[in-house]
Design a protein around this ligand. Sequence first.
Ligand code: SF4
Ligand code: SF4
Length: 428
Amino acid sequence: MKSGTFPGGLCLSVQTAGVSMSFEAVPPSRQVTIPLQQHVGSPCGAAVKKGAEVKIGDILGESSGPDTAAVHATVSGKVTEVVKKFPDMHGGASPAVVIESDGQNAVGEFSMEGSDPLTLIEQAGIVDLDREPVPLHTKLVAAKEKRVNTLVVSGVDVEPHMTNRSALLAERASDVASGMEIMGGILGAKVCIGVSEDASGAVSSICAAAGSANVVTLKPKYPQSLKELLVKAVVGKEIPSSGVPEDVGVTVVSVETALAVARAVNEKKPLLERFVTVAGSAVGNPRNVLVKIGTLIQDVLEFCGVSSVSKGKVIIGGPLMGVAISSTDIPVTKETTGIYVQEKGEVTDFPSGVCVKCGLCVQVCPLGLMPFLISGFSESGSYAMAEKEDILTCNECGCCAYVCPVLIPMVQWIKLGKSEIRAQRSSE
Ligand code: SF4
Ligand code: SF4
């Protein structure tokens, strides 16, 4: 076992010592809303109609190629609606199936067939979360074609306050290790897993279960989970600017993905639930919960005792890279890893000032960029200059904005610049 890290980043002392490393199951809601697109690509076509009776695990939307991931019922009951557009956390909408639960939790006969692991992964509807939820079967096929020789599994918690990956490793290490082995076998690749060295339960559990996989402990620093930094720290390979891990013979998946693979291949069970951390100043007891896909965020918050009186901003994900949502009437999806809720009093509008050239943003940028420059160019509409300074490489981790003494919203400017450059490129 060796230790790794990266230059820059933030060492944040976040109190997570009291957070339970086991998952409490959120009781199924009376009604769940299950989007037919929870992945990058095209939505699945609905495989059920209004009025259909379904059981847990029944297919609601079938995978029909590389850009789709199957979707399954997570409660038993009656389909009350198949809506064309249901709002998602990104401000868009996708078709969705609404099921009124009968409270019976009747489990269907999972229709996953065969013994080929890749086929079972496709049938299980597993997506991998890198920055975007990619159908896993497609990712593995592409990695195989590129002849990657190393699978890196991320066991590092994604953001401060989020503890679900460490908890998952502490609680289900042997299943995670089995999933790692299965994916390593599909790819014919050696397997390494990165774990934060301060997550002692996670480290000891995965070391005991890992078998031939190499466990690498990492300094507890944000944003260690980002693929560029993880690959460098775990296997010492540098991903080229604007490149992907596969360019250097590596593919990266998360521990949640490894667990879902083990369940799909060993037990022939589809992906039905997410392991979610609920934290933030409005949450009395931060905790890790197991939530059925389709459960409304509002129902999860109620289970965690978050009162509507104290509830301020609700963020899907963590405080630095998460997405703020305006309504909690959207469902937990395959993409949900955390819910962070700030108290009303903590949410303030702040005026930003003028750059004082302190250089703090440069010191913390883990990718060695000049955040003040790329954000400044973007703010003034000088997109060509921003591109020259490598704005497209920025992973939007937010370290620069976090340390800026005059509160310049650098990530917002950078996001704007990136989308303008990409729009310009596609129009050309
Ligand atoms: S410029 Fe991008 S990569 Fe660098 S610290 Fe800021 S958000 Fe992170
Ligand atoms: S941290 Fe803020 S004030 Fe300091 S150099 Fe960067 S943008 Fe300017």
